[in-house]
Design a protein around this ligand. Structure first.
Ligand SMILES: Cc1cc2nc3c(=O)[nH]c(=O)nc-3n(C[C@H](O)[C@H](O)[C@H](O)COP(=O)(O)O)c2cc1C
Ligand SMILES: CC(C)CC(=O)C(=O)O
Length: 361
């Protein structure tokens, strides 16, 4: 783990209410998938190429119609005002200042229009994508998509790995199942079929299918990104449905505890998609070498969830800035050491399994 992120993790742990710390840090079941996400990176090594004259690397990437200063985006995480009073405002300002994409959660404690406004106050062209759980009532899904569009979001990230909420032992033990009364999931306020000023619960349903995704694609002008893909056949189906990018993710180990590490699922999804759309990954990314390993295995960019929450809880906007800047600097440094001129220059032959020698091609 990057020293800066480790420092912020400790500081966050000391500051947070232990119940909220468990909510942010915890995973489903025995937390196997959570642990494996980080461990999968430790099992792999980067094999540098030498004397390539690559110069200082360009860490910028294009993601749909947005540009990011680095191949690291902010993955959607719920309830930022539980971590820090400035909540999503602080995260949005920090992501905009770092020049990267913020995927803001549907379960944010700040309305999406305020999130985009906070980002745009820092940078006119700040990119904010809206994460969406398809709702069983299509009118609610459409109202959320419309809010995101009006707020100026440039993509909808549909999270598909949650047909039901994960069973999280820490939250069960702590009896944490709801926000405190002074906070709410603000995007869920005043939606169709609900009381005008109250918030609806976020619904999860195992009945949702590709047909619901198709319906949303036809209802919104925004490009769709599918988050929570682990099976290569689902990546192919996503392509067929006109999805513009996929995010390989096991939801940070918070849903199916028996799921593979995100990194272990990446190569098959990359092969299935065959370069037609960007493949992103999140889960367990904690330092620049992790970012570059994912790039070498075919990811266009990675997302970070908990590191951003730790930065926020520890030092507010400044802490999130520190996490993102550190990841950008480390990524640039590791790319340089690997002889890469940019993020696309890393190739799978530069990845070796530790203890098994170096294959190459
Ligand atoms: C506290 C917390 C809340 C999360 N909330 C959401 C959410 O609202 N929507 C979503 O799609 N994913 C959510 N996730 C999953 C993240 O987007 C991401 O997949 C995961 O955190 C990546 O793993 P990492 O934390 O190891 O970086 C959440 C994760 C955490 C830790
Ligand atoms: C409130 C939840 C819907 C947020 C979430 O996805 C999570 O905690 O993993």
């Amino acid at each position: 783990m990057s020293g800066v992120i480790e420092e912020l993790r400790h500081k966050a742990a000391a500051r947070l209410d232990p119940v909220h710390r468990d909510f942010f840090d915890g995973g489903a079941g025995a937390e196997t998938a959570l642990a494996e996400n980080e461990r999968a990176f430790r099992r792999l090594a980067l094999v540098p190429r030498v004397l390539r004259g690559a110069g200082d690397p360009d860490t910028g990437v294009r993601l749909l119609d947005d540009r990011a200063s680095m191949p690291v985006v902010v993955s959607p995480t719920a309830f930022h005002r539980l971590a820090h009073p400035d909540g999503e405002h602080a995260t949005a300002r920090a992501a905009a200042a770092a020049g990267t994409v913020l995927i803001t959660s549907m379960a944010s404690t700040t309305p999406v229009a305020e999130v985009t406004a906070a980002a745009r106050a820092v940078r006119d062209d700040a990119a904010v994508w809206f994460q969406l759980y398809l709702q069983p009532d299509p009118a609610v899904t459409d109202a959320l998509a419309e809010r995101a569009l009006r707020a100026g979001c440039s993509a909808l990230v549909v999270t598909a790995d949650s047909p039901v909420f994960g069973r999280r032992a820490r939250d069960d033990r702590n009896g944490f199942h709801d926000l405190p009364p002074w906070l709410a999931a603000e995007n869920m306020r005043g939606l169709p079929g609900g009381p005008p000023d109250a918030t609806r619960d976020i619904a999860m349903s195992p009945r949702l299918s590709w047909a619901d995704l198709r319906r949303l694609r036809e209802a919104t002008p925004l490009p769709l990104v599918l988050k929570g893909v682990l099976h290569p056949q689902d990546a192919r189906l996503a392509l067929d449905e006109g999805v513009r990018a996929v995010i390989v993710s096991n939801h940070g180990g918070r849903q199916l505890d028996a799921a593979p590490a995100a990194l272990d699922a990446l190569p098959a999804v990359v092969a299935a998609v065959a370069g037609r759309i960007p493949v992103l990954l999140d889960g367990g990314v904690r330092c620049g070498a992790d970012v570059v390993l994912a790039l070498a295995l075919g990811a266009t960019a990675v997302g970070v969830g908990r590191p951003v929450v730790w930065g926020l809880a520890a030092e507010g906007e400044h802490g999130v800035r520190r996490v993102l800047e550190e990841l950008r600097e480390e990524t640039a440094h590791v790319l340089t050491l690997c002889g890469a001129a940019d993020c696309a220059a890393m190739t799978p032959d530069q990845v070796a399994v530790r203890g098994r020698g170096v294959g190459g091609c």
